[in-house]
Design a protein around this ligand. Sequence first.
Ligand code: AMP
Length: 120
Amino acid sequence: MTYDPNNIFAKILRGEIPCDKLYEDDHVLAFADLYPKAPVHILVVPKGAYVSMDDFTANAGPEEIAALFRALGKIARDKGLDKTGYRVISNCGLNGGQEVPHLHLHLLGGKRLGRMVEAD
Ligand code: AMP
């Protein structure tokens, strides 16, 4: 899948659409999910143009990969989620139910989150 530069997160990264920014460094932007599924629901996004976890793990450099996961942990700790636990999800492609074709990690917490995957 080729990267679509008009996806909504690309527009947020370019500053064309507002977001509730919670963290930023050279490689990563994190912002509140517009339709939160938990009391804390943060999207952690690499600034590079990666469609999905598949694209990122195949093509991103070690600095970008480290930055994404360092940022995730820092944001979780800053929110106090390390004390109570949290969940990280990255939906990838059709079976993963990915809607926005720019890699993002969902950081979810603030309550007991229940089952990881709904049974069929
Ligand atoms: P996914 O299904 O994994 O691609 O998740 C996409 C997520 O992006 C969903 O949880 C949406 O609620 C969220 N979302 C969509 N548009 C926006 C936006 N403009 N700002 C923040 N979150 C958004």
